[in-house]
Design a protein around this ligand. Structure first.
Ligand code: JFZ
Length: 355
């Protein structure tokens, strides 16, 4: 399509942030649905939602230390609570708590030199027209379309340059908002008029700048830009019982696996409701950042080869050089067939050899 894709291709690594009223219940971002909490009761959570001032700056500094190049922040998840200044519903963090978290995040991450992406859920468990439309009442499709287009317009006109628009929530279970019901074509035309360089994903049901996969590395066809998103543990929003953390080696493997096959890794943090980031997530991100400070030359800005797999890992190229990522260390030596020394430059070893 027409977004500024060059930075995205070079970036390789971004921070996803799932943060909202659900963070207070410590059971992930789907808790309202999973626990069948009535919308009115769930909305009461807004009264005690009080993240520490400055938490967005801590997230941005962590992303920088981790070697991440962009952020995607949940401006509104499926629960319908808007973390930004919207005139289209009073169910938002400015009206209920005087805080515009989108503004805080955009300013904090820009201050660290990172690009800014906004996650927006097209599904909305709080907004009556959404329930009506997904229950078959087509008379509410117009009001729902107007609401969605209006909020996206607010997000793209109130916070300066936005680099990426990350739609979600158009389909799950038996709920489905088609591109036609959404008028996704018109929505994205408006987005590109407001933000000419913006990158848009495919999750409103139309082919845009790049495609996404979730929790599994599913490289798009050669020449198609793509991004894998996943968690450091298992659940996107803060879940205090979720200790199933990936190891540092697994995270680096994921990053290398995505980047050497032409994709990006969007790695999620789920801050607690006070804005603090679980220590297990911080320490892993800082370890990945340390690895990138040494091996970033073989990661950022690399280009996909027609054959990215080598015997012991992945091979990639940049500026006329080949880079070998050794993911499976074969022991004392490693043979690189058919290569003359001039091709051998920096390499990286994800799984340290047992000495
Ligand atoms: C969605 C959300 O429901 C989830 O809470 C989180 O925000 C994640 C990043 O996105 O989850 C999905 C979306 C799409 C699929 C699966 C889970 N899918 O297409 O299989």
């Amino acid at each position: 399509m027409s977004g500024d894709i060059a930075w995205f291709r070079d970036a390789k690594f971004g921070m996803f942030i799932h943060f909202g009223l659900y963070s207070q219940l410590k059971r992930g971002e789907w808790v309202m649905h999973q626990d069948a909490i009535p919308a009115a009761k769930y909305a009461d959570l807004a009264q005690q939602f009080a993240p520490a001032p400055g938490c967005a700056r801590e997230w941005a500094r962590l992303a920088k230390r981790a070697g991440m190049r962009y952020v995607v922040f949940t401006t509104k998840h499926h629960d319908g609570f808007s973390l930004f200044d919207t005139k289209l519903t009073a169910y938002n963090s400015v009206t209920t708590g005087g805080r515009d978290y989108v503004r805080e995040v955009v300013e904090a991450f820009r201050a660290e030199g990172l690009r800014v992406g906004l996650y927006f859920s097209l599904g909305d468990w709080h907004y009556p027209a959404y329930a009506a439309v997904t229950s078959g009442d087509s008379s509410q499709q117009g009001p729902l379309r107007e609401f969605i287009h209006g909020q996206v317009c607010e997000l793209l006109t109130q916070y300066g340059k936005i680099d990426l628009l990350w739609y979600d929530g158009a389909f799950y279970d038996d709920k489905y908002l088609s591109a036609e019901i959404l008028d996704a074509t018109g929505l994205n035309a408006m987005a590109r008029e407001l933000q000419p360089d913006i990158l848009i994903n495919e999750r409103a049901g139309t082919e845009e700048d790049y495609v996404t996969c979730e929790n599994e590395c599913k490289p798009a066809p050669y020449g198609v830009d793509w991004e894998m998103c996943t968690c450091i543990n298992d659940i996107w929003g803060y879940a205090e019982h979720d200790y199933n953390y990936k190891t540092v080696n697994q995270l680096i493997f994921l990053l290398v696996n995505c980047a050497t096959q032409g994709g990006n890794l969007l790695l999620n943090i789920g801050p607690r409701s006070d804005g603090s980031v679980p220590e297990a997530q911080v320490e892993r991100l800082e370890a990945v950042g340390a690895w990138l400070r040494t091996h970033g030359e073989a990661l950022y800005g690399i280009e996909r080869l027609p054959k990215a797999f080598s015997g012991n890992g992945r091979v990639t190229q940049k500026d006329g050089k080949l880079y070998f990522h050794t993911l499976y260390w074969p022991g004392s030596t490693m043979r690189l067939p058919n290569l003359t020394p001039k091709y051998l430059t920096a390499g990286s070893r994800v799984c340290p050899r047992k000495s």
